[in-house]
Design a protein around this ligand. Structure first.
Ligand code: SAH
Ligand code: SF4
Length: 440
């Protein structure tokens, strides 16, 4: 009897990238490949890539290089590289030269066509296909592994914002929203298979549906998804501050399953840098949006993304970033050193900041944020929070783990039959990253 073929998938980057990896892996599944956690026994390896920062690219290039010896050991192994890195203008030729052992190269716009690439590769042909633009309806039916407690759901693709540092609009194309009924049907199917929490994904969810007539915006979508029976929680990322409407904040305040968590990337606390980043809001405007959130959703957690060492960032600009972090009290921040991305405006700006300065600023920023995160978590001690039980804790499998509505990770004792349900947990201890509590 012929052994079953196996696929091993690695994915890098944001949730959108994870979502794409899910679709490609499912397509491989339909072609007869079962999922494997073991690279050694795989017949197909998929690496779904990210190019948002140079550090991610270097890591991925290292990984692709490592696959060469696996191919030497097993010449029948097929290697597929997909996603943002491949889609970058001019990248394919460079990548192909560097990694001739790769069988399939696929861009971001044609991942739904992966089965035909796979068939050609199985017949021994090396294939590379990168569409410059998405084709109509090519994105309408993403595939997901059924039966998982949590799922990511794309509500839109692409980005129109062209922040001056960012490669995403160059590799993901222009903004396009999926139809509400398509999204709602996908979520209903997921729920029927056991899913209880969805995260709605877009580079800027607040501009969802801009082109729809009659008008139907992101707040309308949230309100409708909130009505889906048996779904317990709804999250969304990412909110661009410039488009965060009062209507959206009110909808979250009123919603039943809508989690009180806003990921609202600020990027910098300096108006000068924000302008050079092309973020289209000022520091004051951002603060006024946060005030509105705190007024209508007083218990909301706020998280953010910050870049240090953007070209021309002075010590004073950086101090303004530190100051705003202390002012806002984020529960968590994702902090990055500016990375030059070829083809973006910021890559050719004057006054690039030396690496040692960037590193020092990142260290200072992280130490401010670590204190903020700890303060936030310590403020939760003694209070009780609704937690969706996700499974055994990774660090201590005899305990359970789950998240609050604010997306804070909690560890507690309990019976595994609680997995998938909501429990109330009183918080007893707080570390920088996790909370320890007990079921009430
Ligand atoms: N659409 C989302 C972000 C997608 S990229 C938004 O606008 O918030 C995720 C994060 O990576 C960004 O928020 C930014 O902080 C960081 N990032 C993007 N390009 C970068 C670059 N060239 N260098 C360093 N960080 C970058
Ligand atoms: Fe990049 Fe800005 Fe678009 Fe986010 S909004 S993906 S940071 S260009």
């Amino acid at each position: 009897m012929k052994n079953e073929k196996k696929v091993f998938t690695l994915t890098y980057g944001c949730q959108m990238s994870e979502r794409d990896a899910e679709t490609i892996t499912e397509i491989a599944g339909q072609a007869g490949y079962s999922r494997s956690e073991d690279l050694d026994t795989a017949d197909l390896v998929i690496i779904n890539t990210c190019c948002v920062r140079e550090s991610a690219e270097n890591k991925i290039l290292g990984k692709i290089g490592e696959l060469k010896k696996f191919k030497e050991k097993n010449p029948n192994l097929k290697i597929a590289i997909s996603g943002c890195m491949v889609q970058q203008p001019g990248a394919l030729e460079r990548l192909k030269k560097r990694a001739p052992h790769v069988d399939i190269w696929a861009g971001t716009h044609n991942l739904h066509d992966f089965s035909s690439l796979l068939q050609r590769a199985e017949r021994g042909t090396k294939v590379a296909e990168i569409w410059q633009e998405p084709k109509v309806n090519s994105e309408s039916a993403p595939l997901a592994e059924q039966g998982k407690l949590q799922a990511n759901v794309n509500i839109m693709y692409g980005c129109n914002n062209f922040c001056s540092y960012c490669i995403v609009p160059h590799v993901r194309g222009r903004e396009r929203s999926r139809k509400p009924e398509e999204i709602i049907n996908e979520i209903k199917d997921l729920v029927a298979s056991g899913c209880r929490e969805v995260t709605l994904l877009g580079q800027n969810v607040n501009s969802y549906g801009k082109e729809f007539l009659p008008s139907y915006d992101f707040a309308d979508l949230l309100r409708d998804v909130d009505q889906i029976p048996h779904l317990l929680r709804i999250r969304f990322i990412t909110s661009h501050p410039k488009d965060l409407s009062d209507k959206l904040i009110e909808t979250v305040a009123k919603g039943d399953k809508l989690c009180e968590h806003f990921h609202l990337p600020i990027q910098s606390g300096s108006d000068l840098i924000l302008q050079r980043m092309n973020r289209k809001y000022t520091r004051e405007y951002y603060i006024s949006r946060v005030r509105e959130i705190r007024k209508l959703v007083p218990n909301a957690s706020l998280t953010t993304d910050i870049i240090v060492g953007f070209p021309g960032e002075s010590e004073e600009d950086f101090e303004q970033t530190l100051e705003i972090m202390r002012l806002i009290h984020y529960s968590q921040a994702f902090t990055f050193m500016f990375s030059k991305r070829s083809g973006t405006l910021a890559a050719s700006m004057e006054n690039q900041i030396p690496l040692d300065v960037k590193k020092r600023r990142l260290q200072r920023l992280m130490s401010v944020q670590n204190k903020e995160s700890l303060d936030w978590r310590q403020g939760m001690i003694g209070k009780s929070y609704e937690v969706l039980v996700e499974g055994p804790s990774k660090t201590n499998p005899t305990r359970l783990t789950g998240r609050t509505r604010g997306n804070e990770l909690v560890v507690f004792n309990g019976n595994s039959n609680l997995i998938g349900s909501l429990v109330n947990v009183r918080i007893n201890e707080a570390g920088s990253w996790t909370l320890v509590g007990e079921i009430e």
